[in-house]
Design a protein around this ligand. Structure first.
Ligand code: PEP
Length: 249
């Protein structure tokens, strides 16, 4: 039985004051829940988050990382630095990183490996654009994004990773994949991994992301292969995020 995970991706939002108020509510609200909960703030707030969440039931992570371990890489942050700030998770290959910063499958695979080398749990984000869905390419695109990791790190790497299926057309748009659409892609991802290792596939947590709200969370999380959610906008509103965590509980 896979434990559900709800992870909040704050993107480039927050301030010291806003974060403190939000985290106080989340920390109290998720105490004792049976699902795992995490937040991914912008880098500068990781120290604050570590201070406020240590000893709580809420884990935290970063939104990206460098594939390099150290050196002359201005503006970059290494996996070891994230570990120093207590991160458990790190997103890799979020569609905004792929689309706005040109991260390729190869770069994402290198980041995935760097995360695991440092003991972080990478949350591999995959998903198709609207044009790709309309062209009937959803399965091909997602399989290619997953293959990039399997080819580089091997299937065993998936035993200590999380996958997040996030259709690009559903992120921040208010459009959500129907539970049937999401379940179909999740099942395909699991089957792809199972073709290489059935046990790893059984244990792999596959989150859905894309306009998850309190109103649609329960139905999505009720599907056989949907093991929780990666939450953007609703992760910034304590009541909404807590309602989504409860739906996963
Ligand atoms: C995301 O950014 O990963 C995301 C799913 O955003 P939203 O929930 O706002 O669609």
């Amino acid at each position: 039985m896979r434990k559900k995970l709800v992870a909040g991706n704050w993107k480039m939002h927050g301030s010291l004051q806003q974060n403190a108020a939000l985290l106080e509510r989340i920390r109290a609200g998720v105490s004792g829940l049976a699902c795992d909960v995490a937040v991914c703030p912008p880098y500068p707030y990781l120290g604050q988050v570590q201070g406020l969440l240590s000893g709580s039931d809420v884990a935290w992570g970063a939104q990206s990382l460098s594939e390099h371990s150290a050196g002359a890489f201005t503006g970059e942050v290494s996996a070891a630095m994230l570990v120093e700030f207590g991160c458990r998770y790190v997103l890799v290959g979020h569609s905004e990183r792929r689309a706005l910063y040109g991260e390729t499958d190869v770069a994402v695979a290198a980041k995935f490996e760097a995360a695991q080398r440092a003991g972080l749990v990478p949350v591999l984000c995959v998903g198709e654009t609207l044009a790709e869905r309309e062209a009937g390419l959803t399965g091909d695109v997602v399989a290619r994004q997953v293959s990039a990791i399997l080819d580089c790190s091997g299937v065993v790497a998936m035993a200590s990773a999380v996958v997040a299926y996030e259709p690009v057309w559903a992120i921040g748009t208010g459009l959500t994949a129907s539970p049937e659409q999401a379940q179909a892609v999740h099942a395909a991802i699991r089957a792809q991994v199972a073709a290489m290792d059935v046990e790893v596939a059984k244990g792999l947590r596959i989150l859905y992301g894309g306009s998850v709200k309190p109103q649609n969370a329960k139905e999505l999380f009720g599907r056989a292969d949907i093991d929780g959610g990666l939450i953007g906008g609703a992760a910034l509103v304590a009541d909404d995020f807590l309602a989504i965590c409860l739906a996963a509980n």
